[in-house]
Ligand binder design. Structure first.
Ligand code: TRP
Length: 462
């Protein structure tokens, strides 16, 4: 039985905070700064921003529109709109991919979310005081290899997510994001200022913004390669939380009076601003303390603690930093639990509280496999195609399901939903509508298609 009507955001502000909360996540704070640094600084930043606004944002608009038009879970909305437009019900698969993909992603996202909580506590207890690089590394490896503590932190993170989602759109999501997101911005500003004053701000600016186009288009071996350009495109989609049903679900809670185009630009702008600010918070410290800029995931969990252990007020700064990561992760994970919860709720008519608890526990249990696949933990020996379990889930969602669902979403809206329906949904000025329509029909699907083909080629040939 499909619920005739469900909850809605009580204001545009609440919706924007929720959507920005979904977009701003672990990806912004450690992945983006690192990729930008590796990809030629300003050159990468420039091309990333072009991708966000010309390829990602049109799809963001498409997803929000589909959600609001359908007023159901991603699966329900896709089926309903396909039916209205007299199209094949198989378009519902986009919704399925989102709901299943979100379930898989939250099952490992919450593992890393748990690490950030654990590191917040470690930092507050002064665990980093005076540690050297070797100790920092062994602290991290020992932690992720510990079957008890990784389980505790993973379920603690999941419990917070469940607690928020169980309380529903107004009582849970809105309350959480309208407190957490302003807090996140405040912490970020404090960290940027502190880091700029005490660290090497000039080196950071130079590293992040000095455009080195040569570096952008060469690989480690020094040959011409578009790998980093394609990585920028993938990151732009990941960062905007596209193609996992989350944005479509948030769109379904929208009322008719909200302007989707303007909202999407605000969301994309805020998401990009946070990514850049995260770079400005991290790199002055990295340079001032001579840490390895190319640390990847280890940058945050292994390199930064060394600096926190030495700097004045390091306990406070470290705790704030991991708190920031934790908040960013929580506001993303609630949007990952939403698509499966909204679907089961709609399908079974059970109350949301029950569904959120069961779904969250189910994802938590599946997530144990990911948690135990890290470091030297219990399942770390299991390898599929050379990847550990977390890596397999990441590859499947990020490299296969998300590009496909994103591309088909753009194609559906651009070619299979009537132009009139979209004009009605978006209520844009003619000129703006024409630009969006062109991007969503041609540019977005083409760009995503190229990335997808490249991923498959690399996997099969490389
Ligand atoms: N945007 C999040 C980040 O930058 C990660 C993410 C990708 C996500 N897809 C999502 C979060 C869907 C929530 C929903 O870390």
């Amino acid at each position: 039985m499909a619920a005739a009507t469900h909850a809605h955001w009580s204001s545009r502000w609440a919706f924007i905070m929720a959507a920005v909360g979904s977009a701003v996540g672990l990806g912004n704070i450690w992945k983006f700064p690192y990729e930008a640094g590796e990809g030629g600084g300003g050159a990468f930043v420039l091309i990333y921003l072009l991708f966000v606004f010309f390829i990602g944002t049109p799809v963001l608009i498409a997803e929000l529109s589909l959600g609001r038009r359908g007023q159901l879970s991603p699966i329900g909305s896709m089926k309903k709109i396909a039916q209205e437009e007299k199209r094949n019900p198989l378009w519902g698969l986009i919704g399925w991919s989102g709901v299943v993909g979100a379930f898989i992603v939250i099952s490992f996202y919450s593992v890393v979310g748990g690490w950030t909580l654990a590191y917040m506590v470690k930092s507050a207890m002064g665990a980093f005081s005076g540690i050297d690089a070797a100790t920092s590394q062994s602290t991290f490896v020992n932690y992720i290899s510990d079957p008890v503590w990784t389980l505790v932190s993973h379920f603690a993170f999941m419990a917070i997510t469940i607690f928020i989602v169980a309380r529903g759109v107004e009582g849970g999501l809105e309350k959480a994001v309208t407190v957490l997101m302003p807090a996140l911005f405040a912490i970020l500003i404090v960290l940027v200022v502190y880091s700029g004053v005490t660290g090497d701000f000039n080196a950071a600016i130079n590293f992040l913004f000095n455009p080195d186009f040569n570096k952008l288009v060469t690989n480690d071996a020094g040959n011409f390669s578009l790998d980093k350009v394609l990585q920028a495109l993938g990151q732009s989609f990941f960062s905007l939380s596209l193609a996992l049903g989350s944005i479509m679900t948030y769109g379904s809670y929208l009322t008719r009076d909200v302007n989707i185009g303007k909202s999407a630009l605000t969301i994309a702008g805020a998401d990009s601003a946070v990514a850049l600010m995260a770079g400005l918070a991290i790199f002055p410290i990295v340079f001032a303390y001579g840490l390895d800029v190319a640390g990847g995931g280890g940058l945050v969990f292994m390199s930064l603690p060394i600096a926190f252990g030495q700097m004045p007020l390091g306990v406070v700064v470290g705790t704030l930093f991991f708190g920031l990561l934790g908040v960013a992760a929580i506001t993303s994970s609630i949007s990952l639990l939403e698509p499966p919860v909204s679907y089961i709720e709609e399908k079974t008519g059970l109350n949301r509280r029950k569904v959120a608890i069961y779904m969250g526990i189910a994802a938590g249990l599946v997530g144990v496999l990911s948690a135990y696949s890290q470091g030297n933990n219990l399942l770390s020996g299991i390898r599929l195609f050379g990847l550990d379990i977390m890596g397999v889930k990441d590859f499947l969602t990020n490299n296969i399901m998300m590009p496909l669902a994103g591309m088909f979403t753009a194609l559906f809206v651009g070619w299979f939903v009537s132009r009139k329906a979209m004009m009605d949904e978006l209520a844009m000025e003619d000129q703006t509508f024409r630009i969006w329509y062109f991007l969503v029909r041609y540019i977005s699907p083409l760009a995503i298609g190229i990335v997808f083909v490249k991923i498959i080629y690399d996997t099969v040939v490389g």
